[in-house]
Write a protein that binds this ligand. Structure first.
Ligand code: ADP
Length: 770
């Protein structure tokens, strides 16, 4: 019996063997009629042979089928092997691509080919507007025009907000390819109207749409959609699923890389440009990292490369401070605004504030310290400044209170005098001498109060920066003589000598400076000398001193008075400070004279100082630059002589334009001996009319504040018809700008109110001296 051949036997060999056996049997059968001897054994044998032949034929057929099946499975095996190779290849490629675009282009070619789709769209999630937009289209080129006109816009402008995608993500945008029952309308998440979708499907001949999302760990990166015409079916869906999954992983990595690179770039930028210094140190203090800003903090003395790897302890001024910082960090893990001092390369110290954190490794051990520090030198300085400003403010507050108390005393005392003696004057039956005595008290009190008010006005103008320097020719000899003459009676009254020791020859005595200010300085010093000298003498004088580049007129006022302790010789020139002197109440005075004098001297470009011995006397010195302008220098100004009315060229026709009765009376009396004819105007208009009606008027004393027409306007009108008349404006003492405005309006000169008789005479001398 022939055994069935094992299927593994070579088929062709077996087939030829069967064929050979079959042919042998055939030959035996054909010979049978010839022998004509048929015994039973032979017949049985023959029958068995026939059965064998049938069995062989059956086997042959079976083998043929097996051969066909083997061929089919060999082919399918080959296909599977190809698919596996494709997957292996694609997974390698997808992970190896450099950009997201490369991934999409690869997907484009592979998925279209595998799916056998007629059309394909790859879309991408766009982080900027949180929506998906078309990225690559396949197969629609020839229909673009029609699609765009049906859609009414560029197909690439279709945006599907990602939250709408997310809504569907679990159901539709699965990781396996699926058929969209709703076609294009469903694909656009109903963003494109159904009618338009149907029209587009018609244009493209689409029957079926499939889609798959590129999703990795819950993140959506985009997707692929496939369009099939009638009769076409999706192929290789398993492969599409797998490649899409590989693509999702590759896309997730690329996006992660992209954001990592962007973050790295961002943090690198911060690290490079940060003003504070970023640092990392190991727990043993070794510097692991430093930002380049260390160069700025160390004023260019260190770079980060200089310091990385070095022990941070070496740069602490106080190593204990670092130790304490570590202890603190171990306790709280974090410190903020911890102040330390670092040592720079040149040994200088930099005040720094550190904020740091202790980083712990996964095993719970301290790993390193990271933090930032910045220079707080300026902050420290500001704190110091603030402290000292606070001390000064407190001090100045204390001094101001003392000053106010003093000023209040200075105003109340003379006021009491004025009111008290005025009341006494009303008493009936007073003798002439008594009346004179009371009036003299009232005068003195008035003078004292006026001084205080003048000082206050001056200091406030100086503080407000409104005190101007008005330069004119100043004859120093004349000034000193005038003052000597003026103050001599006061000295005599007190029983002290008043000497002049002047070293300026008449031809050297004229300089260009501010006459009023020099007068004020000298007056202040002389008054103080008189005030603080109970007996002995005072001396005033000036000379020229030469410095390297400039010459100065140096004046001195010397006395044999009470003197000033060394500790206060500086302070007495400061505002408010000297008012604090304990025994000041003994001496009257606002306590502002020297600070005003100092301000004036400095305005004129000079210096003021004192040399003094307590109990023996003081000498005050001040200098002003000796500036002489040849063109202004002439010899017409003679030595002043207050008693020289008789040498005026003539008696004058004077107009006093003044609305205040007291001032008018004062001037009328003061000018009595110089006057030929006196005119009085109460308003600006009256003044203009009087000058116009009386062309012989020589001098107008023009008050600025008058009813109807002010002094400036009245002067302007007078100047329209009379340029010769001398107009002297009476300006308010405390108001800046009045004097300039007066000159501008056409006045020849100005004199400050309240008017001083001597000044008035000097002014008149200036214009009418023979
Ligand atoms: P006042 O004299 O009104 O107090 P000053 O500013 O003129 O203000 O002077 C400030 C202080 O300087 C005076 O209070 C006084 O203590 C001291 N002083 C000024 N001049 C003299 C002087 N010639 N002799 C002694 N002390 C003087």
């Amino acid at each position: 019996m022939i055994r069935p051949m094992k299927k593994t036997t070579n088929f062709d060999f077996a087939a030829s063997l069967f064929r050979q056996k079959a042919e042998e049997l055939l030959k035996i059968r054909q010979r049978k009629p010839a022998t004509q001897i048929l015994d039973t054994t032979a017949q049985n044998h023959f029958h068995e042979l026939e059965l064998n032949q049938i069995e062989l034929e059956l086997l042959y057929t079976e083998l043929k089928h097996t051969e066909a099946a083997l061929l089919t499975s060999e082919k399918s095996l080959q296909e599977k092997t190809d698919d596996l190779l494709l997957l292996a290849n694609s997974s390698f490629k997808l992970l190896d691509f450099n950009s997201i675009d490369e991934i999409y282009h690869f997907l484009g070619s592979k998925l279209l080919q595998l799916s056998g789709a007629d059309y394909m769209l790859l879309s991408e999630y766009n982080e900027l507007n949180s929506s998906t937009t078309p990225k690559l289209w396949f197969g629609i080129d020839q229909f673009i025009g029609k699609i765009v006109s049906t859609l009414g816009k560029d197909i690439n402008q279709i945006q599907i907000p990602v939250q709408d995608v997310a809504k569907q993500m679990d159901l539709e945008f699965r990781k396996k390819i699926y058929c969209l029952a709703g076609g294009l309308h469903e694909l656009t998440v109903q963003k494109v109207p159904k009618a338009i979708c149907v029209a587009i499907e018609k244009i493209l001949g689409i029957r079926e749409i499939y889609s798959i999302g590129f999703i990795w760990k819950g993140h959506y990166y985009g997707g692929a959609s496939f369009g099939f015409k009638k009769g076409n079916k999706i192929k290789k869906s398993d492969l599409i699923d797998t490649i899409s999954n590989q693509a999702s992983l590759a896309l997730s990595r690329k996006y992660a890389e992209k954001s990592l690179t962007e973050n790295e770039k961002k943090y690198r930028g911060i690290f490079e440009n940060i003003q504070d210094v970023y640092y990392e140190t190991a727990t043993d203090g070794t510097i692991l990292e430093l930002s380049p800003s260390i160069k700025l903090l160390s004023k260019g003395q260190y770079t980060r490369e200089d310091l990385i790897g070095k022990p941070i302890y070496d740069y602490y001024e106080d190593r204990d401070a670092r130790y304490k910082l570590i202890q603190e960090l171990k306790k709280c893990r974090q410190i903020i605004d911890y102040e330390i001092q670092l040592i720079n390369k040149d040994g200088s110290l930099v005040n720094c504030s550190i904020s740091a954190e202790l980083i712990i490794d996964p095993q719970g051990n301290p790993e390193k310290i990271v933090g930032t520090f910045h220079d707080i030198t300026n902050r420290k300085q500001s704190e110091e400044d603030l402290k000292s400003a606070l001390t000064k403010a407190k001090e100045s507050d204390r001094l101001k209170s003392a000053f106010l108390a003093n000023i209040s005393h200075e105003i109340r005392t003379p006021m009491n005098g004025i009111l008290g003696f005025s009341t006494l004057l009303k008493e009936p039956g007073l003798s002439g001498d008594q009346q004179k005595e009371y009036i003299s008290f009232i005068e003195k009190s008035g003078e004292r109060m006026l001084n205080t008010i003048n000082d206050l006005m001056d200091i406030s103008k100086i503080e407000a920066g409104q005190m101007n320097v008005i330069v004119s020719e100043v004859n120093m000899n004349e000034r000193i003589n005038n003052l000597h003459h003026f103050f001599k009676p006061k000295c005599q009254e007190k029983g002290i000598q008043f000497l002049v020791k002047n070293n300026l020859s008449p031809d050297k005595s004229i300089l260009n400076s501010d006459r009023n200010k020099i007068d004020a300085i000298l007056s202040n010093l002389i008054l103080n000398a008189i005030k603080y000298t109970p007996q002995g003498s005072i001396e005033v004088g000036c000379g020229i001193v030469h410095a390297i580049h400039e010459s100065y007129v140096q004046c001195h006022v010397k006395d044999t008075g009470i003197g000033i302790p060394l500790s206060r010789q500086q302070a007495i020139f400061d505002r408010f400070v000297h008012a604090d002197i304990e025994d000041n109440a003994v001496y009257e005075g606002s306590g502002l004279g020297l600070s005003i004098s100092k301000a004036y001297v400095e305005m004129l470009g000079g210096k003021i100082w004192v040399e003094s011995t307590l109990g023996a006397g003081s000498t005050f010195y001040f200098t002003v630059p000796y500036q002489v302008h040849p063109q202004t220098r002439n010899n017409t100004e003679e030595e002043a002589n207050p008693g020289k009315e008789s040498v005026l060229s003539k008696k004058l026709n004077i107009l006093i334009a003044e609305d205040d009765e007291n001032s008018k009376l004062f001037m009328t009396i003061s000018l009595e001996r110089l006057t030929n004819q006196l005119f009085i105007a109460r308003t600006g208009l009256e003044a203009v009319k009087l000058v116009s009606d009386h062309p012989g008027i020589d001098l107008v004393l023009m008050d600025i504040r008058m009813p109807e027409l002010n002094g400036y306007e009245a002067t302007r009108r007078i100047r329209e018809f009379n340029s010769k008349v001398v107009i002297i404006a009476q300006t308010a003492h405390g108001l800046a700008g009045d004097q300039e405005k007066a000159i501008e309006a056409g006045c020849n000169d100005y004199i400050s109110k309240p008017i001083n008789r001597i000044e008035l005479r000097e002014m008149i001398d200036k214009y009418f001296y023979k």
